[in-house]
Design a protein around this ligand. Structure first.
Ligand SMILES: NC(=O)c1ccc[n+]([C@@H]2O[C@H](COP(=O)([O-])OP(=O)(O)OC[C@H]3O[C@@H](n4cnc5c(N)ncnc54)[C@H](OP(=O)(O)O)[C@@H]3O)[C@@H](O)[C@H]2O)c1
Length: 265
C-alpha cells in the first residue's frame, strides 16, 4: 500500500533550491510536515512561508552538511520542533567542472565532502532513532554521473558513485530493521545547478516532472529511481564498454567541451 504523506515528517537537505525545494513544495501540498535544511537561511525562510501557505508545517535549520557537528545540531533542532523523521531526503549537492591543468584538490574535497560525507553525516544523525523505532526511509539523490567516471567531472562522479554504493550497502543492512533505502539517479534536470551549463544536455527533464517521478518512486519505496530512461540506458550500456573505449569518449568530450568552459562563471 502506498502511504499517505499526510502528517508524515520528512527532512529534506538541499531544500533551498532545485530538486529539494521542488520536493518540499510538492510534499507540502500533500500535507507532510517538513524539516528544511540548507546553508542559505533567507531562502529557507521564504520556502517555509510558502509551505505554510499550503497549510502544512515547516521547520528550518541551517548547516553545511559537510560539517558533522553542525549537521547533528541542525537535525537536533528539527527533531525538537517536528519530531523524528519518517523520511530523510538527501538532496544537498554541488558540482564544478575542472580541467586537469587547473585541478584544485580543495574544490574536489568540497564536492566529496558535500555530496558523500554530507550524506553520510545526515544518515548518521537519523539512524539511531530509525533503528530504535524499527521504521524509516532514507532517500539519496545520486546521479547517472556515478555510473561511470565522467571526464572533466572526476570528483563529482566519484562522489555520486560513492553515494550510490553507500546506499546500496545500507539497503541490505537496514531492510531487516524495517528501514527502506532509495537511490535516485537523475540525468539532466533543469535547476540552478544546470542553469549555467554551456553544453548540450540530452533528454533534459523539467524540475516539476522530476519531482513527480521521484515522489512516485519514494511512495512505493523503490530501491532505485532512475530517469529519464534514454539517459539511464545510455549510461548503463556505457558501463559495458571497455575502459579504452570509455577513455576515448572522455578525450573526445574534453576536446569538444573543455571542462573549464562547460559552465558559466
Ligand atoms: N540538476 C541536475 O541535473 C542533477 C542531476 C543529477 C543529480 N543531481 C543532484 O540533485 C541534487 C540537487 O541538485 P539541484 O539540481 O537541485 O541543485 P541546486 O539547485 O544547486 O541545489 C543544491 C542544494 O544543495 C544545497 N547545498 C549545496 N552545498 C551544501 C552544503 N555544503 N551544505 C548544505 N547544503 C548544501 C544548496 O543549498 P545552500 O546553497 O543554501 O546550502 C541547494 O539547496 C544534488 O545532489 C545534485 O548532485 C542534480
Amino acid at each position: 500500500m502506498i502511504p499517505s504523506w499526510e502528517n508524515r515528517i520528512v527532512y529534506i537537505t538541499g531544500a533551498s533550491s532545485g530538486l529539494g525545494e521542488g520536493l518540499a513544495l510538492a510534499l507540502a501540498r500533500c500535507g507532510a510536515r517538513l524539516g528544511l535544511v540548507a546553508r542559505r537561511r533567507q531562502l529557507l525562510e521564504q520556502l517555509a512561508a510558502q509551505v505554510e501557505a499550503e497549510q502544512a508545517r515547516a521547520a528550518i535549520a541551517t548547516c553545511d552538511v559537510g560539517d558533522r557537528a553542525a549537521v547533528e545540531q541542525a537535525f537536533g533542532q528539527l527533531e525538537q520542533q517536528l519530531g523524528p523523521p519518517d523520511v530523510l531526503i538527501l538532496s544537498a549537492g554541488c558540482n564544478r567542472f575542472m580541467s586537469i591543468e587547473h585541478f584544485d584538490a580543495a574544490v574536489a574535497e568540497q564536492i566529496l565532502r558535500t555530496n558523500l560525507l554530507g550524506a553520510l553525516y545526515c544518515i548518521g544523525a537519523v539512524l539511531p532513532g530509525m533503528l530504535q523505532r524499527g521504521a524509516g526511509h532514507i532517500v539519496g539523490v545520486s546521479s547517472v554521473s556515478g555510473f561511470r567516471g565522467v571526464a572533466g567531472s572526476g570528483p563529482y562522479s566519484a562522489s555520486k558513485a560513492g553515494l550510490s554504493m553507500l546506499l546500496e550497502s545500507l539497503r541490505a543492512d537496514l531492510a531487516p530493521h524495517g528501514i527502506a533505502v532509495t537511490a535516485v539517479h537523475p540525468g539532466f534536470v533543469r535547476t540552478p545547478m544546470t542553469a549555467g551549463h554551456r553544453f548540450p544536455m540530452p533528454f533534459l527533464v523539467e524540475r516539476e516532472r522530476a519531482v513527480v517521478i521521484m515522489l512516485r518512486g519514494i511512495e512505493r519505496r523503490r530501491r532505485q529511481i532512475d530517469f529519464p530512461w534514454p539517459m539511464v540506458w545510455a549510461l548503463r550500456l556505457a558501463r559495458l564498454l571497455p575502459a579504452a573505449v570509455w577513455e576515448w569518449i572522455g578525450r573526445l568530450l574534453n576536446r569538444r567541451y573543455p571542462p573549464r568552459r562547460r559552465a558559466a562563471g
